[in-house]
Design a protein around this ligand. Structure first.
Ligand SMILES: [Zn+2]
Length: 313
């Protein structure tokens, strides 16, 4: 748990800090996860193992064993709480088993002016997407939330202030999710049904609370890393890397991008907007060459089929 606490996104300023290839916080310390909880593999040789270390030092073997067990437990907890595709702490929609299906999801808005620029790109390409909104921004700019809904996109709850929920009390978790529900319902005139935990962080009671408040949790299995100061072409490459991995495994792709930033309104997401246009064209061209039709969906398409199904490692 210590390393997980070091990985808290305090150093990170925008977007989702916990990536699908590991828990990274900028250049900060992180507990790297790939394909599940990973732990340093003891080097071979007489001084490379815990036992070898115990023999060669004054560290009691039982203490090392206890430390190893604690590290394992911390790693398992971190995986369950933060890994995007983990279903250990409760079922989450990730993606279905149709590689031609792609869901574009945008977090941390609504955000002026890039949410509107994104709506233009999506309209020009006739693509329906999903927006997980932060309640305090919805309160500040309800007309943006209404514009997203009026354009036909799916809107979901991304909490009121974007905290790391596993570190909040149960009462605070309920308030964060409930307040965002209220902000969205006030703006849109109807309740929302979808929820994405900030940073992907959850505990069993976080997901239970979301369901009690009428929400279905949604995670992701491809990311643009677009909170970083990277070029739009790099965002495209990042997403396509996740897409190809999902396709190889026979799964659809649920893409995490950002039309806003958790800190404040007005964050520049122009590179994400440009990358989105490029991604849509790339997928349509690539699938057309295969004689396939690219199908842009929302998590609704996968709610019945993907709950409990892990679509990435
Ligand atoms: Zn977020």
């Amino acid at each position: 748990m210590t390393e997980l606490l070091q990985c808290l996104p305090l150093k990170c300023t925008t977007g989702e800090q916990l990536e699908d290839s590991g828990f990274r916080c900028g250049a900060g310390t992180h507990l790297r996860q790939h394909g599940g909880p990973s732990h340093p593999r003891p080097a071979q040789g007489s001084f490379g193992t815990l036992e070898g270390m115990a023999r060669s030092s004054s560290i009691p073997g039982t203490l090392l064993a206890a430390g190893g067990a604690a590290a394992l437990a911390a790693g398992a907890y971190a995986y369950a709480a933060m890994w995007p595709a983990s279903q250990i702490f409760g079922r989450c929609v990730v993606a279905g088993k149709n590689p031609r299906q792609i869901a574009l999801t945008f977090d941390d808005g609504p955000n002026d002016p890039d949410t509107m620029h994104l709506l233009d790109v999506l309209a020009k390409n006739d693509v329906r997407a999903t927006f997980f909104m932060i309640g305090r921004f919805v309160r500040q700019r309800p007309e943006l939330a209404r514009a997203v809904a009026a354009a036909g996109h799916l809107i979901g709850n991304h909490t009121m202030t974007h905290p790391l929920l596993p570190l909040r009390s149960r009462r605070a978790v309920r308030q964060e999710i409930g307040d965002c529900n209220a902000a969205l319902e006030d703006a849109l005139g109807q309740p929302v049904q979808w929820f994405r935990p900030p940073h992907g962080g959850r505990r069993p009671d976080v997901l239970r609370t979301a369901r009690e408040l009428g929400l279905t949790p949604v995670m992701w299995n491809a990311m643009g890393y677009d909170w970083k100061p990277i070029a739009s072409q790099t965002i495209v490459q990042n997403v396509m890397r996740g897409y190809r991995k999902n396709r190889t495994r026979g799964f659809g792709t649920n893409v995490l991008l950002h039309d806003g930033g958790q800190q404040c309104l007005g964050q520049d997401r122009s590179r994400t907007v440009a990358a989105t246009a490029h991604l849509i064209a790339t997928w349509r061209d690539e699938l057309a060459r295969r004689g396939e039709l690219c199908e842009f969906v929302t998590p609704e398409a996968w709610a019945e089929t993907s709950c409990g199904r892990i679509s990435t490692d």
